[in-house]
Design a protein around this ligand. Sequence first.
Ligand code: SF4
Length: 294
Amino acid sequence: MVDNKLSLQLWIDDASRQSISFGDYCIRSQSEELCIPGEELISRMVIALEVMDAAIRHGLSGKRSSSGLVGGDGQKMLATLKEKPEGYLLGTTVSKAIMMSLAAAESNSCMGRIVAAPTAGSSGVLPGVLFAIGESKNFDRKHLARGLVVAGCVGLVIASRASLSGAEGGCQAECGSAAAMAAGAVVDLCGGTPAQVGDAVAIAMKNMLGLVCDPVAGLVEVPCVKRNAGAAAQALAAAEMALCGISSAIPVDEVIDAMASIGHSMPCTLKETSQGGLAMTPTGKSIARCVHNS
Ligand code: SF4
């Protein structure tokens, strides 16, 4: 049997041997893979960033989903941050990442146009993290586009070794993967080494392991929108740790394999069927009755 699994560790070691950043390594390998120049790849990622930016703005308009379950929380947080730029507890960067992740995920729930990164359900994490870091570090769109290439490469490895689907691996595969992709991107954007990118991916993924997929009423709304915000904070925490030189005791590929194995062990009730977890709480069931009978 042919093993088609990609290895993030192998790519990291390769980049380290060549003494180049992981971002440069990813741009080079992906432009070869896609048979396009690196500048073209970056231009495509800039377009994706524009869609992400528009999704944030759409979410911040305060629109509510057709069920009425979500919408307006990003706007609420933006109003608070205008008065208190550092938020109550978390500081400007993390607060902004949470606010923009809420907004982009709300846009998805309101049927807005999003970039599935890696999925629609987890489409708030990367926009929130990248634009918050971009604002705090004054990174331009082209630099942020490098981060998207790194995130994409991390996602490719996760897809090949595990899954990016809540129906297959639970929310650890969606929001967990998005957090891992964002953490790796941030470390590279901030000048971290390839090894630190791997540590950030591993730490973010480890902190999201076991997360189930239990959407209330079968809608990608509750708990999905707030999970995106939580995953954005996890991504930044993992990136901060990795940039401080904290490494993961479990190597990154093994962490991804553990996610796959946990996903396989998870009962079907906790994999997008809305038959368990929050979906089956008394309130979750009551919401489902209202949504489906209206
Ligand atoms: S709970 Fe399920 S549907 Fe919602 S974001 Fe997570 S994986 Fe996607």
